[in-house]
Design a protein around this ligand. Structure first.
Ligand code: PMT
Length: 223
């Protein structure tokens, strides 16, 4: 049985990819399956938390006792997260959110034309950054998916996004990151400590991340 470390606490967790429409039949997305975020939601619920899961995928079953809110685009995810953010003691942003979306969404299917096609992209809002700006008594966890300079970028994100913890996965490593059932992560804390985890299933990785959160909540971070 899981220890009920989070009785009385509410978690807001995001999972999966976002989809950015080009026209009614096409979109830009990424390779996130949602497995990491769903594992976090499942394990947090087993540890006694009330869990709201904002999900960009509908291909995984809802974990037991978890309230799932389905979204499509980065803008939808922004709205859903902001709607529930005030209820949350802990927010974990494991979704792979698009940084750019097509500037213009065509109302009808785009027709083939001769020559190349250029699609102009514009920035989406950074949800984690906005959460960091307005955070009061919350514990905020971001993820970092990097292929190079993982530590430097992860530490940069901790500061820039005012997060309490960043979970970094080197998505270039075998067995880590997108789509599979395993991950390899390093956890960076605001107090400059870090914990490197070995190759583990995403469920086990989730359990370890949640234990790190629990330790910090019981220590220097009082809710
Ligand atoms: O879903 P799986 O297939 O199991 O794969 C898991 C995963 C690799 C997707 C997951 O472990 C992971 O790393 N998620 C974050 C991926 C990502 O988008 O990283 P990033 O370095 O681009 O973004 C950094 C952080 O900012 C993330 O917490 C992200 O949710 C957040 N972000 C990014 C852009 C944006 N517009 N808003 C955000 O909140």
């Amino acid at each position: 049985f899981a220890q009920r470390l989070f009785d009385g606490k509410t978690f807001l967790i995001t999972a999966g990819p976002t989809k950015e429409k080009v026209d009614p039949v096409r979109y830009f997305t990424n390779r996130s399956s949602g497995k990491m975020g769903y594992a976090l939601a499942e394990q947090a619920a087993l540890m006694g938390a009330e869990v709201i899961l904002v999900s960009g995928t509908d291909s995984l079953p809802a974990p037991n006792g978890v309230k799932v809110v389905h979204v499509e685009s980065a803008a939808d995810m922004f709205d859903a997260v902001m709607t529930h953010a005030n209820e949350a003691d802990v927010i974990v942003k494991s979704a792979a959110v698009a940084d750019y979306r097509p500037k213009q969404v065509h109302a009808s299917k785009m027709k083939k034309q001769s020559g190349d096609l250029v699609i102009e992209l514009e920035r989406t809002k950074d949800i984690l950054f906005e959460l960091g700006k307005k955070k009061a008594n919350q514990f905020l966890v971001g993820f970092a998916a990097e292929t190079d300079n993982m530590e430097e970028y992860a530490k940069g994100k901790l500061v820039k996004k005012n997060a309490d913890m960043i979970v970094a996965n080197n998505v270039a490593a075998e067995g880590a990151g997108f789509a599979g059932d395993t991950n390899i992560v390093t956890i960076f804390h605001k107090d400059h400590s870090s914990v490197q985890l070995p190759l583990l299933s995403k469920q086990e990785t989730a359990r370890k991340i949640l234990h790190e959160i629990s330790e910090k909540l019981g220590g220097d971070h009082h809710l």
